[in-house]
Ligand binder design. Structure first.
Ligand SMILES: C[S@@+](CC[C@H](N)C(=O)[O-])C[C@H]1O[C@@H](n2cnc3c(N)ncnc32)[C@H](O)[C@@H]1O
Length: 282
């Protein structure tokens, strides 16, 4: 496959449409916004144990060992945690793609063997049938869903798989009450779980077979780890705007009152939703 650079971007699409021009889609403004929302917090993503560790990433490495794709794409890669898990699982070529240059730079530090490429899922800068598998970790809520699946299915080969997942706090995990109290103090309304309410685009996409697994797991973090993670949550920064700093300060107070010290260990219970779609063999 030819890999050329176009307008400073990696591009190997036959029609060279990856020149960075705006797509004629009303959601693009939102995507520009999300790129700028994420970029300034790339360091928090890189170092946050809630992003960098977890049963989901261990499962991904194990899955990579089992499926053994020769070339895998990780879209909305952020600081590259899933890209690195694929590489740890023995995938020889991992291409990681994200619109945020800052995230890509952070990712290159965390997953030095992967290749980081600037691009959006709605117009991926890759030729048809370039990959054996693609992953989307905790990013799908930022995508234009149907366009994203059309592009992912274009770049993944017949017989290949696309895995999309995200994790949410357990519905009765105590951290929800802590967040709620911090929101009340800061005068903001708590955010909804991004993918709440279902995921119809996955069922609309023309996969040959599909599977959904719901997997529980518990993370162990310090209070400060959690604060770093909360700072990185673009959904909250977007929703709380100028009151985001007040929210973080209130959250820190709540956590100290509940757990005692910045280094106190806390357990957080998650549910992970893992969707896998398999493309028909040629
Ligand atoms: C919550 S972060 C997840 C990062 C990483 N996958 C992880 O699991 O830690 C979401 C990422 O999606 C990226 N993103 C937002 N809109 C996108 C789009 N339209 N196409 C591709 N990536 C996008 C952001 O730049 C950000 O890095």
């Amino acid at each position: 496959m030819a890999e050329v650079r176009n307008n400073g971007q990696f591009c190997d699409r036959a029609d060279k449409t990856c020149s960075g021009e705006a797509l004629k889609d009303p959601k693009m403004d939102q995507q520009e916004l999300s790129a700028s929302l994420f970029g300034s917090h790339a360091a928090n993503y890189l170092t946050s144990p809630t992003h960098a560790t977890g049963a989901d990433l261990e499962r991904l490495s194990a899955l990579a060992r089992t499926l053994a794709p020769a070339r895998a794409l990780d879209v909305g890669c952020g600081a590259g945690h899933a890209s690195f898990a694929l590489a740890r699982g023995g995938v020889p070529r991992v291409i990681a793609c994200d619109p945020s240059a800052e995230m890509l730079a952070a990712g290159q530090r965390s997953a030095p063997t992967a290749t980081f490429v600037e691009g959006r899922v709605e117009q991926l800068p890759f030729a048809d049938n370039s990959f054996d598998a693609a992953t989307v970790a905790q990013s799908f809520h930022w995508f234009v869903a149907d366009l994203a699946f059309a592009e992912l299915m274009r770049v993944v080969k017949p017989g290949g798989s696309i895995a999309v997942w995200w994790k949410v706090l357990g519905s009765d995990d105590p951290m929800r009450a802590v967040r709620k109290a911090a929101c009340a103090k800061a005068g903001v309304t708590d955010t909804k779980d991004p993918m709440q309410g279902g995921f119809n685009a996955f069922y609309r996409a023309p996969f040959a077979t599909r599977a959904l697994r719901v997997l529980p797991f518990t993370g162990r973090f310090t209070v400060m780890d959690w604060i770093g993670y909360e700072r990185s949550r673009a959904t909250a920064r977007d929703a709380f705007g100028a009151k985001h700093d007040a929210y973080i300060a209130a959250l820190y107070e709540e956590l100290l009152a509940k757990f005692g010290s910045p280094q106190a260990k806390i357990s957080v219970r998650y549910t992970q939703y893992l969707y896998v779609g398999n493309i028909a063999k040629a």
